[in-house]
Ligand binder design. Structure first.
Ligand SMILES: C[S@@+](CC[C@H](N)C(=O)[O-])C[C@H]1O[C@@H](n2cnc3c(N)ncnc32)[C@H](O)[C@@H]1O
Length: 264
């Protein structure tokens, strides 16, 4: 990669964002949602744009065989550092690959996976199609495709909670914004993304929200203590329940779509 955009964001994202209550909730909620669909370990999992491994390393610890693919050397360094803190057995189940998601199939030498994850990546790309193509292609017949991305129907939430009312009014019909990491981002709708994967042989199974209440609390200025483990665990349970039902999931600023590839 000639220009590692993520070099300047690696610490902020991998260390700071994930150390917050919101970071904990994100990992927990997505993990539980994934377990509803994944085959048992040691099924092979490909994490495209896997960053520092926050979502896929817990799967390696649960016995899955994980390949983490990311174009950013800085993010892969973070992943390598975090990997060294895992038990040796889990470390052996993880392979790191440097490549853009648009070249995933070639980078994994045509291997097919029981699950292909892509969380928090699509929104940074101008067009979702080339990456979605690869995600669907890399899934084995009957395999799961799991995509988390910005929810274009909830774009007014953040500016409104930050009391940027002009921005909030403009955001109802917007699909782009400067995201919390200060990088321009693009959002999708559940319907559009469902259609994209469906047209590539992956049938949508279910969609979820990710965070709701912690997001709202944080944007309105509340401080949540990540060291209060009892509160954090209770919060995560509430968020998991909200992520599964209407109307709560519809208001989550990000959504998680899970689909299954048909027989080839
Ligand atoms: C917000 S981070 C998400 C990391 C990880 N998926 C997670 O949920 O913790 C976005 C990641 O996307 C990666 N990325 C950026 N462009 C990409 C592309 N074209 N293909 C695959 N990954 C990409 C970045 O290097 C970064 O690691």
């Amino acid at each position: 990669m000639r220009d590692d955009t993520w070099a300047g964001l690696a610490d902020q994202f991998a260390d700071e964002a994930y150390a917050s209550v919101k970071g904990y909730v994100r990992t927990y909620v997505l993990h539980q949602q994934l377990l509803e669909h994944l085959p048992p370990p040691p099924a092979p999992v490909l994490d495209v744009g896997g960053g520092a491994g926050h979502q896929s390393f817990p799967l390696a610890q649960a016995g899955y065989d994980v390949t983490l693919l990311d174009p950013s050397p800085a993010m892969l360094d973070k992943a390598q550092q975090r990997l060294q803190r895992l038990p040796a057995e889990a470390q052996r189940r993880v392979t790191l690959v440097q490549a853009g998601g648009e070249n995933a199939d070639e980078a994994v030498n045509g291997r097919r996976f029981a699950a292909v994850l892509c969380h928090g990546v699509l929104g940074y790309l101008e067009q979702p199609e080339p990456l979605v193509n690869q995600l669907c292609r890399c899934a084995a017949a009957g395999g799961v495709v799991s995509i988390m991305t910005g929810n274009a129907k909830a774009m007014a939430v953040r500016p409104a909670l930050e009391r940027r009312w002009d921005d909030a009014l403009a955001a109802f019909d917007a699909k782009t914004e400067i995201g919390v990491l200060g990088v321009p981002g693009r959002a999708d709708t559940v319907e559009e993304l469902s259609e994209l994967v469906r047209s590539r042989g992956v049938e949508p199974l279910r969609w979820y929200g990710v965070w709701l209440f912690v997001d709202w609390l944080e944007f309105s200025g509340a401080e949540l203590d990540p060291s209060d483990s009892r509160q954090v665990a209770a919060t995560a349970e509430v968020e998991l329940e909200a992520s599964r039902r209407d109307p709560y999931r519809q208001l989550s600023r990000v959504f998680h779509l899970v689909g299954r590839k048909g027989p080839s």
